[in-house]
Design a protein around this ligand. Structure first.
Ligand code: ADP
Length: 503
């Protein structure tokens, strides 16, 4: 029920909450940016206005100073003129750098041109001796050039900035109003979303609890009915009834029946195995026994004289050895000994087994090639691992009666930290009708095969927590791969290692 509520209700509510959070964070960021840009704009306009006021004041001071000199004729009044001139040009330079729009720059250009014209004319008229200046001309110059060409554009510059300031202020107010509306809406949505989500979750929980309650009621009713029925039965039988006791008894009977069925199934399986084993043993033992019987009968009938010929003795011995082998194999299969695992470097062990089968391989024209890619240590029972390798190598040689190559590779695959021993041949490969069953007991395509070799190999490998698989080799033939866990310890010195000592 909990996952259903989560996927059906809580997940969409959580998604809406996350969405609201994202919108809120986005709005806060936008608001901050907006405030920053408006504040920047306002500061810029105010600074420009200050610069324009400075400029106007400087020009006015300049004019007043000139007019006062012309009225009084006091030449000391001309002394501050160079300083005022410097202040005026500096104020103009400041206003120029702050005027960023084309209109502001145009007005400042006009102001500069006016000031330059004024000072050029003033310099020319005074010729270095200001007290010699013509009163009327100088006054006209001050009024026409300074007032017309300097003060007017400066004022216009000031008005322009006042207008821009008012505009920025209005824009700021509009943005604030918009954001106030947006944030109010967002807050309302959040609250509404929370209310709605809570309501939907509580409704879903209520529904699920009602359903659970309904089921509980039904179960209780059924239990009630069962108890009443049991009570009726017991009453009819004339004894005091205990419904729970009856239910417990029935359950115990059912459990007992189930256990019995399980035991029967296990027994049937064991019997089937025993039957299969018996059939296998009978099949294998019959041929050597028959040979021995025929020979003894021939001896009894006097057909071989009163004693067996050396050739018959040899056949008799061979058949007895075969019987021993058969019994040994069955014992190996039926009761595989517990592995006595020790850390062993596997490469030399494989080399040793290959060396020991090489004599037979040479006779058969088979070349046994061993590749040990890197030293690998695994916890193994050396004798049992040798037994596996003998089986695989003999099978590989038997698959190539007319000669060929058996390749044994030892290493660890790059993608898997395990010991891997791969035995590959160039024979005909696994027969189609047995390829999925080669590890099962009594599966053989060979005339004299018992079909136990590979099943014993599998038991041994699994006893080492490993696995053995069969597949087609890349260049035809069969490939058997044994995988075993790597050892965590280092192998004992060579002389302590029985497998290595023998190789
Ligand atoms: P057996 O050797 O007595 O037949 P095994 O269990 O060793 O019993 O092998 C079972 C069967 O698996 C063999 O009869 C054969 O059909 C198949 N087999 C095993 N090794 C090879 C191999 N190298 N190439 C082809 N078939 C193989």
């Amino acid at each position: 029920m909990a996952p259903r509520i989560w996927t059906g209700v809580a997940a969409p509510v959580a998604a809406v909450s996350v969405l609201l959070l994202v919108i809120a964070v986005g709005s806060a960021w936008y608001l901050r940016n907006m405030q920053e840009s408006v504040a920047g704009l306002l500061t810029e306009n105010v600074t420009s206005m200050r610069a324009a006021q400075d400029l106007e004041l400087s020009v006015r001071d300049l004019r007043n100073q000139g007019v006062r000199y012309l009225i009084s004729g006091d030449s000391t009044l001309l002394e501050p003129i160079p300083r005022l001139r410097e202040r005026t040009m500096a104020a103009l330079g400041h206003a120029e750098t702050l005027g960023t729009t084309a209109a502001e720059q145009g007005l400042m250009q006009k102001t500069r041109a006016g000031l330059q014209a004024f000072f050029a004319e003033y310099d020319r008229m005074t010729g270095g001796e200001p007290n010699k200046a013509d009163y009327a001309k100088t006054l006209a110059l001050i009024d026409s050039v300074l007032a017309e060409e300097v003060i007017n554009p400066t004022r216009e510059y000031l008005r322009l900035n006042e207008g821009m300031l008012a505009k920025a202020n209005e824009e700021n107010q509009r943005t604030t109003a918009r954001l106030t509306t947006g944030l109010t809406a967002l807050g309302s949505c959040g609250a509404l979303g929370g209310l709605l989500g809570g309501w939907v979750i509580s409704a879903a929980l209520r529904r699920s609890m009602q359903a659970a309650e309904q089921r509980l009621r039904t179960t209780a009713r059924q239990l009630d009915e069962a108890a009443r029925t049991a009570e009726d039965t017991a009453t009819r039988a004339g004894r005091s009834a205990d419904a729970l006791d009856d239910v417990a008894k029935s359950a115990a009977a059912v459990l007992a029946r189930l256990k019995q069925t399980e035991r029967d199934a296990l027994r049937a399986e064991q019997l089937a195995w025993a039957g299969q084993m018996a059939a296998g043993i009978a099949h294998e033992v019959r041929n050597p026994l028959m040979a021995i019987k025929l020979m003894i009968q021939a001896l009894a009938a006097g057909r071989t004289g009163d004693r067996l010929r050396p050739r018959d003795m040899q056949v008799l011995e061979d058949e007895i050895v075969r019987l021993e082998q058969i019994v040994g194999s069955f014992l190996d299969f039926a009761r595989p000994p517990r592995p006595d695992k020790k850390p062993i470097e596997v490469g030399p062990l494989v080399q040793g087994v290959a060396d020991r089968v090489r004599g037979r391989a040479v006779v058969q024209g088979v070349d046994v090639v061993v590749e040990v890619r890197r030293p690998v240590v695994a916890d193994v029972d050396a004798n049992q691992l040798q037994q596996v390798l003998y089986n695989l190598l003999f099978n590989a040689m038997e698959a190539q009666p007319a000669g060929g190559v058996v390749r044994v590779r030892v290493g660890t695959p790059s993608d898997n930290p395990v010991l891997e021993i791969c035995v590959e041949d160039e024979g005909p490969g696994l027969a189609a009708d047995v390829r999925d069953r080669v590890f099962e007991p009594f599966v053989s395509t060979k005339e004299a095969g018992m079909g136990l070799g590979l099943s014993i190999c599998r038991r041994i490998v699994e006893g080492h927590d490993g696995e053995i698989t069969a597949a087609d080799a890349a260049g035809g033939g069969a490939a058997f791969v044994v995988r075993l866990p790597l050892s965590r310890s280092t192998p004992p010195a060579r002389s302590d290692n029985p497998a290595l000592a023998r190789t």
